[in-house]
Write a protein that binds this ligand. Structure first.
Ligand code: SF4
Length: 243
């Protein structure tokens, strides 16, 4: 084959490949655009349904929020608030929690369950904040996650709630509702966080977290979701698959 023909074939193939890539790019951007619209509409609807939704843990400072979130593992916010109402009267700062006797802390935390583990986690967190961060709760994800008892979810809650940063925390309610609504079906909290942060305006992320938590807590509950009163049932893949 002469050189001219070879070049013609190569040029034709290049053109075909670039057409395929362009078509795929267009399809991807259409899908992303559709998903962006969908999640934004879902958040709008949930905002109408839960206009007064807010973080249900009571706290005055970022460190109190950190303690409350640690205590909230497998415990209701109501019970945590009952315990912290007394606890924070006497102990509030990281220094206070460094000084408290572990036995005394365990006694105070008994009603929230797993009190030994939680007391140890609160003490360890207080010591880390006091020593490594000079008594000030950091406001960066990678620093927060160095604190014992603070995983990515807790760190994102603290960032958005205490520091008003654009962060999206994925807890069990968010994971479940994102799956049922087909926003992200991976079941992986980090992937769900990335999907939502990639699709939703960043200034809506903190609010979206609270709304999804309320939705998961009061309507799209784990067992027997209340589909009859669901305001976003038209988007629900779980319901479609059940039909
Ligand atoms: S229709 Fe039911 S399962 Fe689907 S999102 Fe609503 S409450 Fe959840």
């Amino acid at each position: 084959m002469d050189k001219k023909k070879t070049n013609e074939i190569i040029d034709t193939d290049k053109k075909k490949i670039s057409e395929i890539v362009d078509t795929d790019k267009k399809k991807i951007s259409e899908i992303v655009g559709m998903d962006k619209k969908k999640i934004s509409e879902i958040v709008d609807i949930l905002e109408n349904r839960f206009p007064n939704a807010r973080c249900e843990l009571n706290y005055q400072t970022p460190f109190e929020l950190l303690v409350a979130v640690i205590l909230s593992a497998q415990c209701t916010d109501k019970r945590v608030n009952a315990v912290t109402a007394e606890l924070f009267k006497k102990y509030s700062s990281p220094q206070d929690f460094c000084r408290i006797e572990i036995g005394e802390l365990e006694r105070l935390l008994y009603p929230v369950g797993f009190y030994r583990n939680k007391a140890a986690a609160v003490k360890a967190a207080a010591e880390m904040v006091s020593t490594r961060f000079s008594g000030v709760v950091p406001n960066e994800l990678d620093e927060l996650t160095q604190i014992p008892g603070v995983g990515r979810k807790t760190a994102n809650v603290i960032l958005s709630e205490a520091f008003h940063k654009n962060a999206f925390a994925v807890d069990t309610h968010v994971l479940r509702t994102a799956d049922r609504l087909g926003i992200d079906k991976s079941g992986d909290p980090v992937k769900v966080e990335k999907s939502v942060t990639g699709l939703l305006d960043e200034n809506r992320l903190g609010r979206a977290h609270i709304l999804f938590v309320f939705f998961g807590r009061y309507v799209c509950v784990a067992k027997k979701p209340k589909c009859g009163e669901c305001p976003v049932d038209r988007y629900c893949e779980y319901l479609k698959n059940a039909e």
